[in-house]
Ligand binder design. Sequence first.
Ligand code: CAA
Length: 294
Amino acid sequence: ATTSAGGGAGPEQGHARAGGVRDGSGTPLGAERLAEIGLRFEVDGEIATVSLDRPERRNAQTFATWSALARIGRTLPDQVRVVVVRGEGPSFSAGIDLRMFTPEGVPGEGSFATVAGLPDEEADRRIAEAQEGFLWLRRPDIVSVAAVQGHAIGAGFQLALACDLRVLADDASFRMKEPALGLVPDLTGTKPLVELVGVARAVEICLTARAVGAEEALRLGLAHAVVPRDELSAATAELAGALLATDRAAATATKRLLQEAPGRTLAEQCAAERAAQAVRIRALAGGGAAGPAA
Ligand code: CAA
């Protein structure tokens, strides 16, 4: 059954809140409100799909987009294990809505001029709220997959980087355009970019603000797979299904171990593996888990 509304707090809600959600709202946004913002949210069993749905503006993003993404994360139904992030139309996302750079801004949302006038703490809070829309995609209890076609620029590139995996159509290209516009990438993208390609390549990509095509993205480790444009949906669905093959508790503990590995010494990581495995062994012995996947 497919539904457009979420509900219930996932097991990693505390993690999702890291960074500070300020509005405290835990109720899902309705499909109508999401449509006004240019988003769709659908749940089919254990797979949720978030669609950027403003193709006439190439899925450009605003503060409302980020706030709604954060709300989707906070209200993700418990049963969801895989989240697919995709875009309607020719491009995944053309990044921030360029009207933000005009004095008039985006109706109802202000502009950069509004943020520029805020005291430091308030400006920090506004950006932290925007980042919240991206952070939850890393939760250990879910796996997020970006399905990218056409352009993924600025905030679009960073949204794809916020996901665990990226499946690219052969016409996809990434571009970190922020420095060319006088900004820094601030939507959680710098860390995964460096982790995937290293500091030197990240500097080159960001400071030239050049486009990275699909084949290069695959070579650099920015893409999990590149497929023909008309096979993107099917390839993403196949990957999403394959990610459900493992026991959920084991998958969550494994993703957490993998995420935390770069920040640990080998000895610390070995200790973390032992601790996590002891929990799994006890759960299996006690019949508290599904047991080895078929
Ligand atoms: N904001 C608002 N509207 C946008 C938009 C954006 N970022 N990108 C495209 N659009 C609109 C265009 O104005 C156009 O509208 P009209 O039909 O009313 O003229 C419509 O979408 C279609 O655009 P194009 O005709 O340009 O479509 P295309 O497929 O030929 O090109 C594109 C697509 C390469 C993405 C091109 O539109 C483009 O370069 N867009 C701007 C990209 C950009 O500079 N984004 C900012 C990145 S930096 C960032 O995101 C900052 C941050 O995180 C803080």
